[in-house]
Design a protein around this ligand. Structure first.
Ligand code: G6P
Length: 487
């Protein structure tokens, strides 16, 4: 009650993430908005569109604008009526150090268990702190201490503590969308940085992870580096209690279930079915990323064709890679290697009538995406590491016919929930080959049994349930903090 009185139920919700849900594309015909890609954007925008988020008087999404102020201003406003945007403008050089540098050339590779890809340049870390400080100062101008702030992902680890300094009573949540690595990996970061990152996160009231494993890794790092007092899932530090929880992110289940009967989706689906003729169709879609295990996938598929030559000309693998971070050398190199590998593969295994791999490097529209989800026989998702992997969940949710098989890497957070998928170790190409065969030959009854069980779970624990559980934890801890403070 005290908490409600103080908050006056007039709380605005600030979603803070590196990426805004839209980007502005400059073209000869004018400047247009395009929907951003990636799991974070699709999940949070789904939540903000739903009624449940109307408990807040206003919803504002704050993120870095990828374009200059002038370009942003020239694009027509497409702010969906449900929420507002606040772009943060960061000079290009600084953005380079913060985004390409520290976020994606230190934290991303390390947290996905690619330590040899990390490049510990001091200027990257300085840029990273500067951009976080810029977020903090922009927010200070528009925040009210009774608002709720929900910070997302690895780009903004120090932000909660920066805001806490200015607003000791602010309700702050933090959610990490990628894995938190074992302490043995975390400790390779320079010591001072380790401290800054962890104490930054501890500025929040609630810190969320996708899985219990990530949470435990985080607690170990806090114990070793910060030496804070930890009691089960509560960390006491700097005079405050911080709650830690695992909240596996969900999807807008009904949107994907419903989409399978949309006119646009049906049109795409029948187009794909027509072009595959009598062949079996395997599908995958990922952002360009070394963590997604595209080579293992292709090697597993090749192994399948070698072991089962009667499948030649009877199966095609549609592989879609969505462009991402391609100004970072490790990503640009990967693109080149994938292109070469597929060219080689098709020329060696294919012929004039048949190509084993159909490859697209580009974005898919929603209709194309669900068209593929519903037309394919098998979805092949094989990341080497993945915080969650929403593609797996979207595929399952789209299958209103309860047919189709999911082959999924056990290194994806989603494998904890999608236990009826055919789970594989992405480094075991023989196992991938074996599961492709089992999947393509699975009886319709067995497909239905597995799909039904997975759908039930995804329907129950969807994106709204996820956000609700997070906000419930946040409300509980912030009201406990309030009780300790005088009115
Ligand atoms: C992952 C990250 C997100 C990120 C997305 C797309 O899902 O957890 O924070 O937005 O990838 O990557 P990008 O670098 O294009 O934002």
């Amino acid at each position: 009650l005290l908490h409600d009185l103080k908050k006056g139920k007039m709380s605005k919700l600030f979603i803070i993430a590196n990426r805004l849900p839209v980007t502005v594309e400059e073209t000869a015909e004018g400047n247009f908005y395009r929907q951003s890609s990636g799991g974070l954007v699709s999940a949070i925008s789904a939540y903000l569109r739903l009624e449940d988020s109307n408990q807040f008087t206003k919803k504002i999404w704050v993120g870095v604008s990828e374009c200059a102020e002038r370009v942003w201003a020239s694009a027509e406003s497409v702010t969906p009526p449900e929420y507002d945007f606040k772009p943060v403008f960061v000079p290009p050089k600084l953005y380079e150090h913060y985004y390409n540098g520290f976020s994606n050339s230190v934290l991303w590779p390390l947290f996905h268990y690619f330590p040899s890809f990390a490049d510990y340049q001091p200027s990257y870390f300085e840029g990273y702190l500067k951009v976080n400080a810029k977020f903090a100062s922009e927010l200070e101008r528009i925040l009210d201490p009774k608002d709720t702030v929900w910070i997302h992902d690895y780009h903004l680890l120090p932000l909660a503590a920066m805001l806490r300094k200015k607003f000791p009573q602010l309700t702050i949540g933090f959610f990490l969308h990628i894995p938190f690595p074992s302490y043995e990996l975390f400790r390779v970061i320079p010591r001072e940085w380790q401290h800054e990152l962890l104490s930054g996160m501890l500025g929040a009231d609630v810190i969320g992870f996708h899985t219990e494993d990530y949470l435990q890794h985080f607690l170990t790092s806090v114990r070793k580096v910060i030496k804070a007092r930890i009691d089960h899932r509560t960390i006491s530090w700097d005079g405050r209690d911080i709650q830690i929880g695992d909240f596996p992110i969900g999807i807008d289940y009904n949107k994907f279930q419903g989409a399978s009967s949309d006119h646009g989706v049906l049109t795409k689906r029948s187009e794909y079915l027509r072009s595959k003729l009598d062949k079996r169709l395997i599908f995958s879609v990922d952002r360009l990323d070394y963590s997604k295990g595209v080579f293992n996938r292709l090697k597993g598929y090749r192994e399948f064709l070698v072991q089962n030559p009667h499948y030649k000309e009877k199966v095609v693998f549609a592989l879609v890679i969505v462009p991402s971070r391609d100004t970072i050398s490790k990503y640009a190199e990967r693109k080149k290697l994938i292109d070469e590998y597929i060219g080689n593969f098709n020329s060696r295994y294919g012929n004039i009538n048949w190509q084993p791999v159909i490859y697209q490097y580009g974005h898919l529209s929603f209709e194309e995406l669900v068209g593929m989800y519903t037309a394919c026989d098998l979805a092949l998702i094989t990341p080497l590491r993945d915080g969650m992997n929403l593609v797996a969940k979207e595929f399952v949710a789209s299958r209103r016919d309860r047919q189709g098989v999911l082959v999924l890497s056990e290194m994806a957070g989603a494998a904890n929930e999608l236990t009826e998928a055919l789970l594989i170790n992405p480094n075991d190409r023989k196992e991938i080959a074996k599961m492709i065969k089992i999947g393509l030959e699975m009886t319709p009854d067995e497909q239905e049994r597995r799909m039904t069980a997975m759908q039930k779970r995804l329907q129950e624990y969807n994106v709204v349930t996820w956000a609700k559980e997070f906000f419930t934890a946040l409300a509980r801890i912030s009201s406990e903090q309030m009780k300790k403070e005088p009115l």
